[in-house]
Ligand binder design. Structure first.
Ligand SMILES: Nc1ncnc2c1ncn2[C@@H]1O[C@H](COP(=O)(O)OP(=O)(O)OP(=O)(O)O)[C@@H](O)[C@H]1O
Ligand SMILES: [Mg+2]
Length: 238
């Protein structure tokens, strides 16, 4: 007990109709580890995260979260147990304020602590505090990403899944996002990250998994891959 993986996937396949988007993926993530998935467009990275959070229906194979099978478990029940997914494209509520968006992230948290948590979330990203009454749809792309993360953190993540948090953002904003990721790693949050930028991925994770055409093609310690220049050949074909 206590040493079991936070997440374990065994021969996981995921389908959209007849299309197999994830094939035979086996992967374990240990407590406190940050694992990053990289790979080309359409590789199945997002589908893998959606399989874990059970937001797509057709998933085969075994997925265990904190030792228990998630088969047939509702996505909201997983959120309540600390499995938090920040989806690709952020998906904030544009016509609600920054503050309201953050509060929504705490729907699974008892009322009394909600206010403290909202404050703590805004401490992480002071920009959000300045803009708390602004409609989320009018935030810049980087601010929207910060908001999506702040909202996710309201759910007290035990396993945090981030799908391309740096997408479309200026380098400065990317650094700010990853500074927060770093703080979370320091606090022992287990993280499963999808990142299109291989360099960022390798620098911000313990282990990196390379996917292509729905399958795992390679995995290893990020530091080793960074040193070996292996990623360039695998991902960019150079
Ligand atoms: N809702 C869907 N219905 C049908 N096919 C889908 C659906 N979502 C994804 N796919 C297909 O599944 C495959 C994997 O898609 P996925 O979004 O998981 O890739 P990805 O690795 O996240 O790519 P990207 O880097 O572009 O985000 C693709 O071929 C895609 O077209
Ligand atoms: Mg994707």
């Amino acid at each position: 007990m206590g040493h079991e993986p936070v997440l374990s996937l065994q021969k996981v396949c995921a389908y959209y109709g007849n299309l197999c988007a994830v094939r035979d993926v086996s992967l374990e993530i240990n407590p406190g580890e940050t694992v990053c998935i990289i790979g080309p467009n359409g590789a199945g990275k997002t589908t893998l995260l959606k399989s874990v959070s059970r937001v797509i229906p057709k998933v085969e194979g075994a997925i265990r979260y904190r030792g228990a099978s998630t088969a047939g478990v509702a996505p909201q029940a997983l959120v309540a147990h600390g499995l938090i997914h920040v989806p690709e494209g952020r998906q904030i509520f544009p016509s609600m304020t920054v503050e309201e968006n953050i509060e929504i992230g705490a729907f699974a948290v008892p009322g009394g602590v909600r206010k403290d948590k909202t404050d703590a979330a805004m401490d992480m990203f002071p920009k959000l505090r300045e803009r708390r009454r602004q409609l989320a749809g009018t935030l810049s792309g980087g601010e929207q990403q910060m908001l999506a993360m702040a909202r996710a953190l309201m759910g007290q993540p035990h396993l945090l899944m981030l799908d391309e948090p740096s997408m479309g953002l200026a380098p400065k904003v990317v650094s700010e996002i990853y500074r927060q990721v770093d703080l979370l790693r320091g606090r022992g949050v287990t993280i499963l990250l999808v990142e299109q930028n291989a360099r960022i991925a390798l620098r911000n994770s313990d282990r990196t998994v390379v996917m292509a055409s729905g399958e795992i093609r390679h995995q290893g310690k990020s530091a080793d891959l960074l040193a070996g220049g292996l990623i360039a050949s695998l991902v960019f074909g150079k």
